[in-house]
Design a protein around this ligand. Structure first.
Ligand code: NDP
Length: 321
């Protein structure tokens, strides 16, 4: 089959479209012919070797498609089912073999493009707002990169919860998208100091939680934006890795710091069904809109990474095999 393979870590040019062996079906697994593959910032980290993945490797961890085969011990799926998943490696390919317990059947009315666009970023937005720091309607929250894939979903879900939402974006076009998604205050953090703005918006009180996926360039001021006993939820590092910090830094506001990962919040079928069930229900009821930035042929995965890293995208990038 065709796939994108990385034989050494590096820039987007190491993403090579090539022939690879078709993966073998094992007990408990399902073969999925992919129709749509989600691109995530995590794939950049795989490419550059941030998490120490061994090469050669096929990047990607999210997709949707049609069941074409399943192991004899799998009972819940049929040939022709439309399914989606997150957390299955080697997804930049024409096919994956996925553990059955990580697949969800797509409800009628949800296309494989929407399925692939929702699984990783949608479940992330869900766990951050409902589990890592369960947001209440009288909270004020700060969400960085509010026009990004995760950001746009977080704003829309936070709007449903009813809290006050402050977000940061890098330009006016992204500001409009964040506004349309439901943000109350939008800060152009490339032009103004977001800490000063947050203090002004909250009358010096600070926010109950700062959701920071930008990392290196924002984490210090995110921490300083917190109300006493507020939470810094550091869930990514789009601008670079945060260096080691002393616990004493939290003493200033008796604050909490967590560095969550999606896998720990999809720890069983119940959690997967809860989060994806909510997401697909909201999409079907037009309460949650999935913005697909662009669909790019799988062979051009390099362009997808270039666009994501140069901050050109707003919403989801999909690769189409
Ligand atoms: P995004 O669509 O949010 O893209 C990244 C955004 O980060 C950019 O669009 C840009 O927005 C902002 N950014 C700020 N500084 C930089 C920089 N120097 N270089 C590049 N981008 C920058 O990506 P995703 O929605 O896929 O992911 C967002 C983050 O969430 C990533 O860090 C990812 O790793 C993390 N994540 C973590 C998960 C977890 O469970 N821990 C799960 C899923 C995602 P702007 O132009 O407005 O500044």
């Amino acid at each position: 089959m065709k796939a994108i393979e990385i034989t050494h870590n590096g820039g987007p040019d190491v993403l090579i479209y090539t022939d690879v062996p078709t993966p073998e079906l094992k007990p408990g697994t399902v073969r999925v012919k992919l129709e749509s593959i989600g691109v995530n910032y995590m794939d950049v980290y795989t490419r550059i070797g941030l998490y120490g993945d061994n090469v050669p490797i096929i990047p990607g961890g999210e997709g949707a498609g049609i069941v074409t085969e399943f192991a004899s011990d799998v009972n819940d799926f049929n040939i022709g089912d439309s399914v989606a998943y997150t957390g299955v490696s080697s997804s930049y390919a024409e096919e994956v073999v996925a553990p059955a317990d990580q697949l969800v059947k797509l409800p009628s009315g949800i296309s494989t493009n929407i399925g692939a666009a929702t699984m990783l970023q949608g479940t992330t937005a869900h766990y951050l707002l409902y589990s890592t720091f369960p947001v209440k309607d009288d909270d004020t929250i700060l969400v960085h990169a509010g026009a990004g894939g995760v950001g746009l979903l977080m704003i829309q879900i936070a709007r449903m919860i009813g809290c006050k939402i402050i977000t940061t974006v890098s330009n006016k076009e992204k500001a409009q998208l964040a506004k349309n998604a439901g943000a109350d205050h939008i800060i152009l953090y490339t032009e103004t100091d977001f800490l000063t703005e947050v203090q002004s918006i909250t009358n010096g009180q600070g926010v109950q939680v700062a959701y920071d996926s930008v990392g290196l360039t924002t984490y210090e001021k995110s921490l300083a934006s917190l109300a006493p006993r507020g939470y810094l939820v550091l869930f990514g590092q789009s601008s670079g890795v945060v260096p080691p910090i002393s616990p004493l830094i939290l003493n200033k506001g008796s604050n909490f710091l967590t560095r969550p990962a999606l896998g720990h919040y999809l720890k069983n079928r119940e959690e997967l069904n809860w989060r994806t069930g909510d997401l697909f229900e909201w999409i079907k009821k037009d309460r949650l809109s999935i913005r697909i930035h662009e669909k790019i042929p799988l062979k051009d995965a390099r362009k997808a990474h270039e666009d994501l890293e140069s901050r050109k995208t707003s919403g989801k990038l999909l690769l189409i095999p």
